[in-house]
Design a protein. Structure first.
Length: 438
């Protein structure tokens, strides 16, 4: 039989699949992000040790910090296209295997050239991670559950920094920087084995099944692989895509400034030793992780499920979180580590709250099967900011011997991001599909 009974049976099958599979997949992807950011923060913890080994100046460290982001950025849009064409399962298996090789390559580097090459390979191999996560969450979760699912994966980036900086710092202090990079290599291999065993692309029955009869054709259904393909050129003509990209770039600028330079800021400006700087660094990142899950995930989904206007909830958290990020300017008046950490904690908590909501937007505005493409465009913008932030900060600190101007630049960039979300992105709704050619 077809009709209502058939639709109900299909929805029940969909619910059964998602109940048993979706949340383990969310936590699996979160573990991948945790490992992914161990790889990234290793460099910020190792600045002084690498200076001893390779003689790297502050400006040189800025360029070295951005090396990863150069190839990461270049691979964003290609990654999105590959994900939409070949699926998450195949692309991510190859990606994780390559980034494991890159971690061991850095640990074994005999000179700065080899080390830079390892960072470039790491950027290429980790490029699909967040577009893949956005696509996976969009495929496995209905829109009313995506904020929490995305918060679980995104918060791992903050918790990774909170626990990774002290762990990697202690490894560095006791065994040297090579062993801290080797440790991330072993963690990457573990993730590869788990991903290979656990993750599967959504089955065809789930791809086409709506949550209920009222949700057919709406953004409340998971995004299936069977949806219509959309050309990248069409996405690049959409204001909403540019608004999302501008906001993500602004977020990433401040995020990567702090990711790469916070331990150095605490040691150079506030005279904390290495041990205390890595311990202090974990405080704002721990609070950011909690904000990510509790506000960007639990609160947002709870309000939407209780009938609040989904667009207003998401926009309020995204714009409000970005506005909280402006607290970073308060570090200009900080006279000790704790006063600086209060300002940085407020800024990171706000940015962390909006991040998982922003990552659900590609699946909510995607016309057809273009989640990977939109995510790739947004993350490409984010990685341009990730490249710029450490380099610009290195030049500023080297020239002025102060981080205050660097934090002022970050504030200006955040204001641009707020404009992107409010003016260009606007209402979070589906972009119309391109007209079919005769």
């Amino acid at each position: 039989m077809t009709g209502e009974h058939g639709l109900t049976t299909q929805a029940e099958a969909h619910a059964s699949i998602t109940h048993h599979k979706q949340w383990p997949i969310a936590f699996l992807l979160a573990f991948g992000v945790l490992v992914n950011f161990f790889d990234r923060i290793n460099l910020s913890v190792s600045r002084e040790a690498l200076n001893v080994s390779f003689g790297i100046s502050l400006v040189g460290f800025g360029y070295l910090s951005s090396a990863y982001s150069w190839t990461y950025a270049l691979m964003q849009m290609p990654s999105g296209v590959l994900l939409d064409r070949f699926g998450i399962q195949r692309v991510e298996r190859i990606s994780i295997l390559l980034w494991s090789v890159a971690c061991f390559g850095a640990a074994l580097a005999p000179g700065i050239g080899w080390f830079v090459a390892a960072r470039l390979l790491l950027g290429v191999s980790e490029a699909p991670t967040f577009p893949a996560n956005a696509k996976a969450i969009g495929s496995w979760f209905a829109s009313r559950e995506r904020s929490l699912a995305m918060a679980i994966t995104d918060s791992a980036a903050k918790f990774s920094t909170a626990i990774g900086v002290p762990i990697l710092g202690l490894l560095l202090l006791h065994f040297g920087w090579r062993w801290s990079f080797a440790a991330t290599g072993f963690a990457s291999v573990l993730y590869f084995l788990l991903f290979y065993d656990v993750y599967r692309d959504p089955p065809a029955a789930m791809e086409s099944a709506p949550e209920d009869s009222a949700s057919v054709g709406t953004s409340d259904s998971p995004i299936g692989e069977s949806a219509r393909k959309v050309p990248l050129a069409y996405l690049l003509r959409q204001p909403k895509v540019y608004g999302l990209a501008l906001g993500w770039g602004a977020y990433n600028y401040t995020f990567f400034l702090l990711l790469n330079w916070l331990p150095s800021y605490l040691s150079l400006s506030l005279h904390a030793d290495l041990l205390h700087s890595v311990l202090y660094t974990s405080v704002p990142w721990l609070l950011a992780g909690l904000s990510d899950v509790l506000i960007g995930g639990v609160l947002v989904d709870a309000l939407i499920q209780r009938g609040w206007n989904a667009n207003r909830v998401r926009q309020s958290v995204m714009v409000g979180g970005m506005a909280m990020g402006l607290a970073i300017l308060g570090t200009a008046r900080a006279t000790n580590a704790w006063s600086a950490l209060i300002c940085i904690s407020i800024a990171l908590a706000g940015l962390a709250a909006m991040a998982p909501v922003a990552w659900t937007v590609p699946s909510l505005i995607s016309p057809g099967n273009a989640v990977g493409g939109i995510s790739g465009i947004a993350n490409f913008s984010g990685q341009l900011a990730a490249i710029s932030a450490p380099i610009i900060t290195g030049y500023i600190v080297s020239a002025t011997h102060s981080f205050k101007p660097a934090f002022a630049v970050s504030t200006a960039v955040l204001l641009l991001g707020i404009a992107g979300y409010t003016v260009l992105l606007g209402r979070i709704e589906r972009i119309p599909e391109p007209e079919a050619k005769n």
